[in-house]
Ligand binder design. Sequence first.
Ligand code: 2DT
Ligand code: MG
Length: 212
Amino acid sequence: MTRRAPFIVVEGLDRSGKSTQASILCDHLTSLGLPVELFKFPDRRTAIGKMIDSYLRSESDLDDRAIHLLFSANRWELASTISSHLEKGTTIIADRYAFSGIAFSARKGLSYKWCQAPDVGLPAPDLTMFLDIEPDIAQARGGYGTERYEQEEVQRDVRQVFERIEKEMTHAGARWVKIDAGRTQKEVSQDVWVHVQSILDSVHHPVGTLWE
Ligand code: 2DT
Ligand code: MG
C-alpha cells in the first residue's frame, strides 16, 4: 500500500514570504523525487474563486458573512482532491487555508466560532507553519498592494486573531509552528525544512479532519 503523504499548510500575514517559502519547499521535495502539489487559497480560478477575486479587488461588495462562506466553499470544492492526493502519496502544500479564513473574518467582528464552523471537517493539515512578521517590517518590504486587507492596521488585527488560533490549535494537539519570517529567505527556508523533515515519516492513515 502507498504511504499517505503529509498535508502541509503555510500561513502568515501579507508579505511574510508565504508564497516564496511554499514554492521553495515544493521544489525541494520535488528534487528529492517526492510527488508534490501546491495549492493556493483562495484559488481564484474556479467560479467561486472569481467572485472572491472580484471582492478582493473591490470590484464587488459582499456581506461579511457571505464572503466568509465563499472563502470556505472555495476550500470545500478542492477538499476531496486534496484528500485523494494525500491518500495516493502526493504531498500537498497549501499557501493559506482555513486559518486565514478565521483570522480575516473574525477581525471584522464576526464571532470566532461562527467563522470556524463552515470549515469543520475539511482535511486537517499534518503541519501548519505560521510565518510571523511585524506588520511594519512587512510593509517596509516593498509595501502592500491595493487589494482589500493590505493595510497595516488590518494586518495587526489579523495577527492577533492568529495568536488565538495558534493557542487553540496547540491546545488541541495540532502541529502548529511559528517561524520568525523577518529574517533572510534562506534562514526561513532552512527552518521550514527542519519542521517538514520532522513530520515526513510520521503521518498516519486516514487523513484527519479539521476541528472534529
Ligand atoms: P492572497 O493575498 O494570499 O491571495 O489572499 N483571505 C484568504 C480571507 O479573508 N479568507 C480566507 O479564507 C483566505 C484563504 C487573505 C487574499 C486575501 O484573502 C484573505 C488575503
Ligand atoms: Mg495578498
